[in-house]
Structure formats: C-alpha cells, structure tokens
Design a protein around this ligand. Sequence first.
Ligand code: ACO
Length: 322
Amino acid sequence: MSIEIVGYGLAQAEQAVTNTELSNTVETSDAWIQERTGIKQRYFSIHKNTSDLASEAAMMAIQDAKIDPKTIDLILVATITPDGMMPSVASLVQAKCGLNEQNCLSYDINAACTGFIVAMQNAQAMLEAGFVQNALVIGAETLSKILDFNDRTTSVLFGDGAGAIIMRRSSTKKMLHYTRSEGDLQGVLTSDGLALNPEMQINQYSSHFLRMQGQAVFRFAVKAIEDVITKVLQQTNLHVDQIDWIVPHQANRRIIEYVANKMNIDLAKFYLNLDQYGNTSSASIPIALSEMKTKGLLKEGMRVICVGFGAGLTWGGSYFES
Ligand code: ACO
C-alpha cells in the first residue's frame, strides 16, 4: 500500500534571538556559534507552550490539505518537551484544534530528534492496517524550557517551534521507513529530573536541564546519518542521484557537511534551515518540509529522504514521494 503527504504546516515561536543577543546572556560569540554550528538565530517561545505551537502548525497543515478536519482520526505528536506528563500534547492539540467531536486517537511519541520519523512510521502502520483514514503527524518542541543558560555548550544550539503534516493512503505514492535505537547509559544526551519522590534517590544530580557530550554526539550523528541514507537507498532500490532532497534533522551544519563529503553527495541536495531555527529536535524535519512546500521546492513526484538522529540513542529515516 502507498502513503502520501497531503498537507504541511509550521509554527514559529514568537521571539527571534540572534547569536549576538544570546551572547548578552551566555558567554559566547556570534563568530563561535556560526563557525562551529552554522546557526545564526533561533526562535524562543515566550507565552506559548508546546501544544500551542503544535496546534498552530496542525491548523496550517489541515488548511493546506483542504480536508474536512472531522476526517482526522489519528493525531501523533513527537516531542521531548511536552506541556506536562499528561495529558499528552496530542490530546491537547485535539482539544485546541476542535477535533474532539469525532472518532480520533491521540498520543505522543518520545524518540528525541528521531521522533518525527518514528511518528510517521507509526502513522503509516495505522493507515496501512486500515485503523485510521487521515493522520495528523506533528513534531513540536519548546526546548527553551530545558535549556540551562549558564551552559554555553548547549544553550546556543537549540530553539522552539513546530511542524505538521497530514498523511493518508494513496494509490501511487510510495513511503517507507528505517528506524533503530541503542540504549545509552553513558548520558551522552539527557534531560532527566523527573524522580521527584525525595525517598527515591535514583539520581542525586537529577535536573531537567538538557546535557550533552557534544563530541560524542557529533561522532554518533555522522555514523547514524550515513547508516540511514545507505539503508533507505537499499530499501528503495534507488541511487542517491535519483533522490531530489535529503532533509536531515537540523543539528549542526558541520555534521551535514562531513556526511556529504564522506558519502560524496552534493551538499546542495541537503535542505538546511538551521541557520534560522537552530536545533528544534522533533520539530526540525516537519518545519523544514513545510518551509520547502511553501517555497515551491517540493514539486509533484519528487523523491525525498528525511533523516533523524538523537537521544536514546535513536536514528532513522523516511522515504516519500511528494
Ligand atoms: N561559545 C564559545 N565557546 C564555546 C562554546 C560557546 N557556545 N561552547 C563551547 N565552547 C568552548 C569550549 O569551552 C572549548 O573551550 P576550551 O578549548 O577552552 O576547553 C572550545 O569551545 C571547544 O569546545 P568543543 O566542545 O571541543 O567544541 P566542538 O568543536 O566540539 O563544538 C559542538 C561543540 C558544536 C557542540 C559540537 O561538538 C557538536 O556540534 N556536537 C554535536 C551536537 C549536536 O548536534 N547535538 C544535537 C544532536 S541530537 C539532538 O538534536 C538532541
């Protein structure tokens, strides 16, 4: 069975913050951030929580798809920064978008920066099984909630935002996924701090702040991206020259340049907007897709590979035809 994407949407958080502005809070510089990451600015949310950004992106995707919202019967949100432990962000989106009066299932997925790929894979399985007809799939984050602005090694990298797509069965368009994980106890990329029972001294350093061993993540990321592109190409029986776009998780320009060079792929094939958004984790791929759609870069029939990698560790890719 085939699956197609029929609508795209995104939501920017309210406040654009340049590197220079950030350097008033954190000991850093525009030159350092741009040279090491390619990031020029990011958006931080001031008043909106993850479900607000997710709902905005969802409404844009529904409008773009030109479908009756009442026909949406699955809502998936990939996020690592939910509004709270429960209800899920997906349930909040269902309420905020007025999608309560119908047969619809909503739940969140946490696979960190690979979350949107895993959500697409879940949606495809539910569509192909015939359990649902129209899936609203969202990646949404307010990472500013978990940034430690005393830690320059992490706080300069991330931003807030949301992206959304509508998926449904198709008669012609192919979609497939490759997803993997490897449990990490070394704390390469973490945000813990949920063991609130004082008797439960699981982790005396427990903190909700995002912590990262940057160079270990860099080494993991380049291996993961190469693995994903190789495996997805094998599954599709296509050569990379037959792929129109590679849309990677927007973590760091140097990571992408390294992979492009190693795999001998033209850097221009990778869609990059991390200079404007920073790393928005689960939201980075759907924000990029929505932006590409709006700019007219996703033409009918184009072949696209999306690549995610992040905490868990998790990594994975999606192939689809636009
Ligand atoms: N401003 C100025 N100086 C800084 C900053 C900063 N923001 N951050 C670190 N430095 C300093 C360090 O203190 C260090 O100083 P020292 O030499 O005096 O000790 C120096 O810069 C070099 O630090 P490194 O950590 O070696 O810098 P590196 O070149 O490795 O770049 C970076 C750091 C950008 C984090 C890089 O390791 C990286 O990109 N890693 C991957 C990160 C990533 O992509 N994470 C997300 C993927 S998964 C997900 O999205 C959740």
